[in-house]
Design a protein around this ligand. Structure first.
Ligand SMILES: Nc1ncnc2c1ncn2[C@@H]1O[C@H](COP(=O)(O)OP(=O)(O)OP(=O)(O)O)[C@@H](O)[C@H]1O
Ligand SMILES: [Mg+2]
Length: 266
């Protein structure tokens, strides 16, 4: 399912948070959303999820306007994992993942084989088998993140929106998650801070700076030293984009020079 954003602007407390955002993510494509802290990534993802402040205005899913869709229709198409996703402390991992099936079931419908299969698959994809009976409050940061992603996967969405899902994940789980989402037949929009993950696992990147799109396109065209300098204010070298992997290395000047000799404590 294609997702397109047309001239989306957001104003909060008289501050322009997003301005004239336009981009499109083709069906099955993984789009990385990059930008410094406060540049508007989470706000944009909330807009794509149909949440306040815009309630889906300015966003189309294929040829349908998101804001005209009922809550249930949206939830059948679109799953969202927020930056600080939380849930009730007493819920167990399996119960949380089962919540992902809610939009596909009616109030009194029986738990079906396809519900069970979707939950089991999501638990396996996020390596949560050993944790299914643990309560939310007993999970580590990375385990919580994997649990929320599993809930979103169990929802079986056409569009998956992830806000910094690699936060708290160890390197193996980061790479596995990126590989998984790049191979899923699902349209993914994912906010990331790691430019190397973005370069190697996303087909398209959208870079936000102070609420505006600073660049949009294929990683090798977007992640240039000049763009990295103007957006994050750091020097970077980028490996040959035609090599199998893109590597970006960073260098920055220390704010204060180190003292020449030890400071006397006497
Ligand atoms: N409810 C709100 N009211 C007023 N300003 C807000 C509100 N929510 C967010 N903002 C502001 O909007 C700007 C964008 O915030 P947002 O959370 O979208 O940034 P972000 O790119 O996700 O940052 P980070 O990398 O730190 O997660 C920030 O300056 C933030 O302070
Ligand atoms: Mg954010």
């Amino acid at each position: 399912m294609k997702i397109s954003v047309n001239n989306l602007s957001v104003m909060l407390q008289r501050r322009q948070i997003l301005q004239d955002i336009c981009f499109e993510s083709a069906a099955g494509q993984t789009t990385g959303l990059l930008g410094p802290n406060g540049s508007g990534k989470s706000t944009l993802l909330r807009c794509l999820a149909g949440l306040p402040p815009t309630g889906g205005r300015g966003v189309m899913l294929d040829d349908s306007a998101l804001f005209t869709m009922s809550q249930r229709t949206r939830a059948r198409k679109l799953a969202f994992v927020a930056q600080h996703a939380d849930t009730e402390d007493s819920l167990r991992v399996e119960e949380i993942v089962r919540l992902g099936r809610t939009p596909h079931r009616s109030a009194f419908s029986r738990w079906r084989a396809d519900d069970r299969a979707a939950v089991d698959r999501a638990i396996e994809q996020m390596h949560l088998q050993a944790l299914v009976d643990r309560c939310w409050h007993q999970l580590s940061g990375g385990e919580r993140q994997r649990c929320q992603i599993a809930r979103a996967l169990a929802q079986n969405p056409s569009i998956l929106l992830l806000d910094e899902p690699t936060n708290h994940l160890d390197i193996q789980h980061q790479l596995e998650l990126m590989l998984l989402i790049s191979e899923l037949p699902v349209t993914v929009v994912i906010a990331l801070h790691d430019l190397n993950l973005a370069a190697n696992y996303c087909q398209q990147l959208v870079v936000l700076n102070a609420g505006k799109i600073a660049a949009c396109g294929a990683p090798e065209n977007v992640l240039t030293p000049a763009l990295i300098q103007s957006t994050w204010n750091i020097n970077a070298t980028v490996s040959d984009p035609l090599a199998s992997n893109m590597y970006i290395q960073f260098s920055y000047r220390q704010r204060r020079p180190l003292p020449d000799r030890p400071v006397s404590t006497g």
